[in-house]
Ligand binder design. Structure first.
Ligand SMILES: [Zn+2]
Length: 47
């Protein structure tokens, strides 16, 4: 089963969720808004 992880674009600040498979290793992510590949995984913050 694929997990979902939060990602944030470092270029435009867009936050989005993508399926994330820890077994798949590092994968190149692309921001859906500006198509930058400067995307970082962020931890979901619980309030
Ligand atoms: Zn972006």
């Amino acid at each position: 089963m694929a997990e979902e992880a939060n990602f944030k674009c470092l270029r435009c600040g867009q936050e989005f969720k993508l399926p994330y498979d820890p077994k798949a290793g590092p994968q190149e992510r692309t921001c859906p808004k500006c198509r930058s590949n400067s995307v970082r995984r962020i931890k979901e913050q619980k309030k």
